[in-house]
Design a protein around this ligand. Structure first.
Ligand code: SAM
Length: 299
């Protein structure tokens, strides 16, 4: 359980750092320029969060509402843009899928996915400010729907409503809140309930397997988990490693049955993002599975 005590500080600081790095990255032209740049108060706010050890507000609707009010009309994608994730998402999620984007915020991700052919994306967020803003902005895009909802209680939707659930930074936010383990269990229980058999939950997170596997590997979810790792945007490989070919994003990273990275595994970018593709096993797969419902790509 000690991990739970330490994780919020680390993740919150990572969330804050990512925000700064992303701003720098946008300036360097490696990502698409946001429609409107965030003003400097956002940066100061995040710095204050990190330096004052105020680690719990990312799990709090009051924090997000205030933040989106302050940044009304701007857009921001945490961690990664769709263009970087596209190979992996297209590989795992057919464009005809019914998708649920949990904690959509004011990200461009869903809009980019529609431009790439995705036909049906329901976006939810706990922040009514973000949802109202996005609803208005995307009223003309019939493929996008927006609803204010807490990811821990999505009882509005019947069981097995979605082929895919996409989460970029939302479980991480909950992990920074109070009662984090309970919130995570409520959220993931709901995600599992909403997935059709054979459907996938794609989690893009700062959490390495030592802190995410305990949450994802509950037998009741029946998830087959594959891990991918992607460096943060703008990461430059060091001279010593750049002679070897860069790993493809589509190359899964082996993990042990306990959900650990191999002992000799080198994380080129220590601030990499982890992508867990959790496939809800269908009846045939369940019948074939052994007592271990968790089936990582074994080392
Ligand atoms: C780190 S931001 C990520 C936003 C977006 N997914 C992206 O990639 O840019 C986390 C988002 O989760 C939302 N959120 C936090 N707790 C939530 C909850 N219990 N239910 C639904 N959304 C939540 C926040 O409002 C915020 O928009």
């Amino acid at each position: 359980m000690a991990g739970y005590l330490f994780e919020p500080t680390r993740i919150a600081s990572n969330l804050a750092q990512t925000h700064h790095k992303r701003s720098g990255q946008v300036r360097s032209g490696q990502a698409q320029k946001p429609k409107k740049q965030r003003h400097s108060s956002t940066k100061k706010e995040m710095q204050r969060d990190a330096s004052s050890n105020n680690t719990y507000n990312y799990g709090d609707v009051v924090y997000w509402d205030a933040r989106y009010l302050q940044e009304s009309a701007s857009t921001f994608d945490w961690y990664q843009r769709y263009s970087a994730l596209r190979p992996l998402i297209r590989h795992h999620v057919p464009t005809s899928s019914r998708l649920l984007m949990v904690g959509c915020g004011n990200a461009v991700m869903s809009e980019d996915m529609v431009k790439d052919g995705y036909e049906d994306i329901v976006n939810i967020d706990i922040s009514s400010v973000a949802i109202n803003m996005m609803k208005k902005k995307h009223a003309h895009i019939s493929q996008l729907q927006y609803m204010q909802m807490d990811v821990r209680d999505m009882s509005f939707f019947p069981d097995e409503s979605f082929d895919n659930v996409m989460d970029k930074g939302t479980l991480d936010s909950l992990m920074c809140g109070t009662s984090a383990p309970l919130s995570a269990a409520q959220m993931l229980g709901e995600v599992s309930r909403l997935l059709k058999p054979g459907g996938t939950y794609i989690l893009i997170t700062y959490g390495d397997p030592s802190v995410r596997f305990p949450h994802l590997s509950r037998a009741s979810y029946c998830w087959q988990i594959t891990l991918y790792i992607i460096p943060r945007p703008g990461f430059e490989r060091s001279a010593s490693t750049s002679s070897s070919p860069a790993k493809s994003l589509l190359e899964p990273v082996p993990i042990s049955e306990n959900g650990l990275l191999p002992a000799d595994f080198v994380l080129e970018d220590p601030d990499s993002h982890f992508i867990y593709v959790c496939k809800k096993m269908d009846e045939a797969e369940l019948a074939c599975s052994t007592s271990h419902l968790l089936m990582p790509t074994v080392v």
